[in-house]
Design a protein around this ligand. Structure first.
Ligand code: PLP
Length: 392
């Protein structure tokens, strides 16, 4: 008899998302009436701006409920291409752009269309938890390169070059970063681009937190804007979730060289087809007219970043580099001698604070706290964390 659960495909061996499972555990405890403070959120605590909702409502009411082309509506793809030119200095066109049900799916289709068995994907650690699983789903091999807090968690070009082999197909970059909040400098990106061009591998630049940057001396830079050679090797992924508080709408997009865009479009056409039609109208409005709303949210995150940074670093035994983007602070808890899973489990059990262990991000000895929550929650969570650390 066959053992039906012994699945042979690469995709059957994936693990559930560690961040999503801890977040839902904290939510379930809260629903039971337990006074848990969740510092796990991977999404803004704001509602989607009204003008975006209105555009989607109007689309629904005027019958925009049928399929669109699988890669998205032409007018939205054009608006995305314009956005890449205007905001990022990336020279692209509608033919290169694919709109997808979430940036996560754009990351998936890009990696799955590009990589397969025998290919190596270089990934700087700490990394977003979904990258290793997606690389595995494609049947490719992950090559982890450690970064260092004292280097702003940017991959050292010397370490990068040392990891390159004839099988290197792709490098993944994520700036601003989940989980560290670090933002790559233009100089670092130039050095990385030079290695990619020299060794002829592709770069997937995940820029989903692009709009959430807080320091004038650490602006967001898109690697594809640096020169035509690196532009030809880069897939830039972005989306609406984080900047526009639209996580549940499921809208992301990418731009890729045309030869790869065609492969990605084919993959998407046989899997999800188009992202939800009326949601695409909301996305169009967001790109055209929601800059002021984004700025208001960015300012709120910026203020909270300052608050949590000071509170965390005042705790004995905990230190966290100042994050310049996204809405996470990555805290070094290695002085307590507990691994990050045990630290977070004890913190939740004893002080009812939910934080995400660093281990699934490739950084045991660290924890990720999200500041996509109220000032009150930030203050209370840091007070409880401080009491917890004092008790260890
Ligand atoms: N990339 C990174 C680094 C993320 O942190 C996330 C969401 O947590 C995504 C991509 C996925 O975003 P989306 O909601 O558009 O799928």
């Amino acid at each position: 008899m066959h053992n039906l659960s012994d699945t042979k495909g690469f995709m059957g061996g994936l693990h559930p998302s560690a961040t999503l499972s801890i977040t839902s555990k904290a939510k379930a405890m809260k629903a039971e009436g337990i006074d848990v403070i969740s510092m796990c959120a991977g999404e803004p605590d704001f509602d989607t701006p009204q003008i975006i909702k209105d555009a989607a409502i109007e689309a629904l009411q005027t019958g925009k409920t049928a399929y669109t082309p699988a890669s998205g509506m032409p007018e939205l793809r054009k608006a995305v291409a314009e956005k890449f030119k205007k905001d990022n200095g990336i020279d692209t066109a509608m033919a290169n752009v694919i709109v997808a049900p979430g940036a996560k799916f754009s990351v998936f289709t890009a990696i799955a269309a590009l990589c397969g068995p025998g290919d190596e994907v270089i990934m700087p650690a700490p990394y977003w938890v979904s990258y290793p699983e997606i690389i595995q789903a494609a049947g490719a091999k992950m090559v982890v390169v450690q970064t260092r807090a004292e280097n702003n968690f940017e991959i050292d070009p010397v370490d990068l070059e040392a990891a390159v082999t004839p099988n290197t197909r792709l490098l993944i970059l994520n700036s601003p970063s989940n989980p560290t909040g670090s933002v790559y400098s233009k100089e670092s990106l130039e050095a990385i681009a030079a290695v990619a061009v020299k060794h002829n591998f592709m770069v997937l630049s995940d820029e989903i937190y692009e709009k959430l940057v807080y320091d004038a001396d650490q602006p967001h830079v898109s690697i594809a804007s640096l020169n035509p050679e690196i532009a030809d090797l880069t897939i830039t992924v972005n989306g609406l979730s984080k900047a526009y508080a639209m996580t549940g709408w499921r809208l992301g997009y990418l731009t890729a060289p045309e030869w790869l865009a065609k492969k990605i479009a084919a993959l998407q056409s046989h899997t999800t087809s188009n992202p939800t039609t009326f949601a695409q109208y909301g996305a169009l409005k967001a790109l055209e007219a929601a800059d002021d709303e984004v700025e208001k949210m960015r300012q709120a995150f910026s203020r909270r970043r300052d608050l949590i940074f000071d509170l965390i670093n005042a705790i004995d035994g905990v230190s966290a580099p100042r994050p310049s983007g996204a809405f996470y602070i990555f805290c070094d808890i290695s002085s307590f001698g507990l691994n990050s899973d045990d630290f977070c489990a004890k913190l939740l059990e004893e002080k009812l604070v939910a934080a995400i262990p660093g281990a699934p991000f490739g950084a045991d000895g660290w924890i990720r706290m999200s500041y996509a929550c109220s000032d009150e929650n930030i203050c209370e969570a840091c007070k409880r964390l401080s009491d917890f650390c004092a008790s260890l």
